[in-house]
Design a protein around this ligand. Structure first.
Ligand code: NAD
Length: 479
């Protein structure tokens, strides 16, 4: 069985404990590799390497344009190694072949974007009220950054933090999810090939309490870029607060997908299906609450069920498969638990609702649609992170705004309507970091993404993201 070590200071490094843990293929249910089980000693080593690279090594002497050039070379290497990276991520996570290929390709574009942005962070000269004195700003890299990521889109979500952090001039220690570490370790080796100095990018694998926690608490870590669930996010935030560190937190969602009766319903159905069932529902931005105007509710639900009936479940490596397995065993069990909770709460299971033990290693759940959902039910309030849709009727715009906002989360929302005034009103009133009008899931490296309310703090992507990794200094000059 293949064995993966940490990646520290430009080379692979065995765990100081000597321990490894298995990683499974969610389609077959079988372990296919062993991964280093890190601890605080490994974290200390990685942070020391990142600190040296930041303050003593060649990295700190590079101009922003030179950093950009290295990142462009890395982007080209991502393209060259894309098939291998995609295959490993698929084996670890169970993503569909088309999805993982597109994500790896997009990753390269992400690095190109931030390579271009590296030398476009401009300072300002500030007129002051003191004669003969002026002030200017400097935007300086924060230093060593911890990147902690979940299992649902490991390469993408790591790149969302890594590319702006490197463009800003930081060095990093990555702690991937214990369920999906392998593609990140393979990816880390490309940095050496691209010519990055040793220690700029390090990876320590293992569990949240054993690696994530000591990394967040390490005195030399200045900023934490975290994507994951709310509970771990709060824990990271509390620990960071003790060291007065800054954080970017990308957490959960319970996003409303709102269909008005004047919408193009053919387009809306496609948006609803991809909104919730893409990535087997394991996406923070999933449109897990479908709000339908009552006048079209019954007809829309009937058409939706006919559409969902055609979704082909199965082997994610096959190009005609449309929905793969749930990525981890605990997540599979959690999704089934929520299906039982919804039934017990009185929601109607209008489609699906069962595990599919006949497929692969058995970690499949049918695409599931619950109707007669009240927005106060747990199935409408809590993040399931699986292929489970809650359908809730509404009367008018005010009702849709009230229900749409009546959750603790505020990551994303979508509105389907042909009425421009209505679209503008909804985009203003919905409390979410992203609002899509007549589409679902559009994201780009150019556009800020992040949550309001309990969905997170700070922004990833676009120009906003590089600021997360920079400190502002003001220099006062007297002649
Ligand atoms: P998780 O919170 O269990 O784990 C995320 C990461 O945090 C893992 O690497 C884990 O090992 C680490 N971790 C756990 N406890 C820690 C601690 N005390 N200190 C430091 N690190 C710790 O999340 P998950 O189950 O891997 O991922 C699913 C969650 O991620 C969902 O809630 C989903 O909404 C969220 N997510 C959010 C976004 C977004 O952009 N908002 C994107 C994808 C996923």
């Amino acid at each position: 069985m293949k064995q993966y070590d940490h990646y520290i200071d430009g080379r692979t490094a065995q765990p100081s404990s000597g321990a490894y843990f298995p990683t499974d293929n969610p389609y077959t249910g079988e372990a296919w590799a062993e991964v280093a089980r890190g601890n605080s000693e490994d974290v200390n080593e990685a942070v020391s390497a990142a600190k040296r690279a930041f303050s003593e090594g060649a990295w700190g002497r590079l101009t922003a344009s030179q950093r950009g050039a290295l990142m462009r070379r890395l982007a080209d290497l991502i393209v060259e190694h894309a098939p291998r990276l995609a295959q490993i991520e698929q084996r670890d996570n169970g993503k569909l072949v088309a999805e993982v290929n597109a994500q790896v390709k997009y990753m390269a574009e992400y690095f190109h974007y931030y390579a271009g942005l590296a030398d476009k962070v401009e300072s300002h000269v500030i007129p002051t009220d003191k004669a003969g004195v002026f002030a200017y700003t400097r935007y300086e890299p924060k230093g060593v950054v911890a990147i902690i990521t979940p299992w649902n889109s490991p390469l993408t979500l790591t790149s969302w933090k890594l590319a702006p952090a490197l463009a800003a001039g930081c060095t990093v220690v990555i702690k991937p999810s214990e369920f999906t570490s392998c593609a990140i370790l393979e990816f880390a080796e490309l940095f050496k090939l691209a010519g990055f100095p040793d220690g700029v990018v390090n990876v320590v694998t293992g569990f949240g309490e054993e690696v994530g926690s000591p990394l967040v608490n390490h005195g030399a870590v200045a900023h934490i870029g975290f994507t994951g669930g709310e509970a771990a996010g709060i824990r990271v935030y509390e620990q960071a607060a003790r060291g007065l560190k800054t954080v970017t937190l990308e957490l959960g969602g319970k996003s409303p997908n709102i269909i008005f009766d004047d919408a193009d319903l053919d387009q809306a159905i496609k948006g609803v299906v991809s909104g919730i069932f893409a990535a087997t529902g394991q996406s923070c931005q999933a449109g897990s609450r479908l709000l339908i105007q009552r006048s079209v509710h019954d007809a829309f639900v009937a058409r939706l069920i006919e559409f969902v009936r055609t979704i082909k479940l199965g082997d994610p490596t096959q190009p005609d498969t449309q929905m793969g397995p749930v990525a981890t065993r605990p997540q599979f069990e959690k999704v089934l638990k929520y299906i039982e909770i919804a039934k017990a709460e009185g929601a109607t299971c209008a489609f699906g609702g069962k595990p599919r033990s006949d497929l692969g290693g058995g970690q499949f759940v049918e695409p599931t649609i619950f109707t007669n959902v009240d927005n106060r039910m747990r199935i409408a309030q809590e993040e399931v992170f699986g292929p489970v849709l809650s359908v809730i009727p509404f009367e008018n715009e005010q009702d849709a705004i009230r229900i749409g906002n009546d959750v603790l989360y505020g990551l994303a929302a979508a509105v389907w309507t042909r009425d421009l005034q209505r679209a503008l009103l909804m985009s203003e009133k919905l409390k979410a970091g992203t609002v899509w009008i007549n589409n679902y899931r559009a994201t780009s490296f150019t556009s800020p993404f992040g949550g309001m309310k309990r969905s997170g703090i700070g922004r990833e992507s676009g120009i906003d993201a590089i600021r997360e990794y920079l400190d502002t200094k003001c220099v006062w000059m007297s002649a």
